[in-house]
Ligand binder design. Structure first.
Ligand SMILES: [Zn+2]
Length: 353
């Protein structure tokens, strides 16, 4: 049965036992693509009737660790390794991947703000709709692999995106714990409307996303942490046989540290144009009042630099990659650790007054 949403379609059989690689194609007509379909890889490996995992990357085109991990899964796994089914999409927003860009060069769309998508609503919203309507409903668990991209560097972290459903939140914490990245960012509900996470939750999937380094490069540290984390999630979810997970290097998850990317996080933002000089490194513990950067006027050698200070204690979790800034550009985000008790309370919140 063909998969179809708007002008996006795939003839790949996702049902039959076996291993198949194909693609989904986006029809988009401009000068370059007047007589083309923009194809993005889509693969399936089915061993048995167990649960289905959907593992995606390339949601943002300039984030690479996940794109490698998803392609590696297809290369290294066979149907006998799986109790269930694995659906793999390593380059969700292929126009952005090909353009080495976070967003699509076709319509400027940010795929991770375009869910649940719209048929005939432009290329990026059409891809989102294809994923949301054709792939997510098949999945028991979904994994969306990100990195910081060209613009920022992240501590390796899972994203625990809170919902208003305590049972769903407990499930996401389990996935973050099993994934075992060094950190887990706890993100308030609806922090980024239109993202993959919210759409997967709406489709009924367990869901985890993550950030694996950044700066538009491939970090071997982040790549291997993500690889082992994904293998543990697939085994934990009953998709991947334990023997296969072990063969590929899955081990006991390291303990993750939960950080608050909600109201308690401290975002430090430039308020003038200039050249920014970091005074701290990513991962450093920061105390309130500590200077974190100097910002220099590009044109006036005699002007004294401005100093940017932290307002709160925490861990420097996200750091800007570019050194030239304008007012409103974020330099870094400092996230406090979350105690087990506070995390329990956040997971229980329903959003009801
Ligand atoms: Zn991303």
């Amino acid at each position: 049965m063909a998969l179809n949403f708007g002008t996006v379609s795939s003839g790949l059989d996702l049902e039959t036992t076996g291993k198949r690689g194909g693609n989904f194609g986006l029809a988009h007509s401009d000068n370059r693509f007047a007589f083309s379909t923009i194809q993005s890889p889509l693969g399936v490996i089915r061993g048995g009737d167990g649960p289905t995992a959907l593992v995606c990357a390339g949601n943002h085109g300039d984030e690479y660790e996940g794109q490698i991990i998803v392609r590696r899964l297809f290369e290294m796994l066979e149907p006998d390794d799986l109790a269930g089914r694995l659906i793999l999409a390593p380059a969700l927003n292929m126009p952005a991947v090909q353009a080495i860009s976070r967003t699509s060069p076709l319509d400027g769309g940010n795929l991770n703000r375009s869910f649940p998508g719209q048929a005939y609503g432009g290329p990026t919203r059409e891809i989102a709709g294809f994923v949301a309507t054709q792939l997510m409903p098949l999945a028991d668990v979904a994994v969306d692999l990100h990195s910081g991209g060209s613009g920022s560097d992240y501590l390796d972290c899972a994203y625990l995106c809170l919902s208003n459903d305590p049972a769903r939140n407990a499930q996401t914490r389990d996935l973050a714990t099993v994934m075992g990245l060094a950190n887990t960012m706890v993100v308030p509900p609806s922090d980024t409307p239109g993202d993959f996470d919210g759409s997967a939750h709406a489709a009924g999937c367990a869901m985890i996303s993550c950030e694996l380094g950044g700066e538009g490069k491939v970090s071997l540290r982040a790549l291997e942490a993500g690889w082992h984390g994904v293998l543990r999630i697939l085994a934990h979810s009953g998709v991947l046989n334990a023997a296969a997970a072990q063969r590929l290097g899955a081990d006991t998850p390291p303990k993750t540290r939960f950080l608050d990317l909600g109201a308690e996080a401290d975002t430090i933002t430039a308020q003038s144009h200039g050249l920014i000089e970091p005074m701290v490194q990513i991962g450093a513990p920061i105390t309130a009042g500590q200077p974190v950067a100097r910002l220099r006027n590009l044109h006036d050698l005699a002007a004294a630099p401005d100093t940017l200070f932290a307002a709160k204690d925490g861990i420097l979790a996200i750091l800007r990659a570019g050194a030239i800034v304008a007012p409103g550009d974020h330099f870094c985000v400092i996230c406090p650790e979350i105690s087990d008790a506070r995390l329990d309370a956040l997971l229980q919140q329903t959003g009801q007054p």
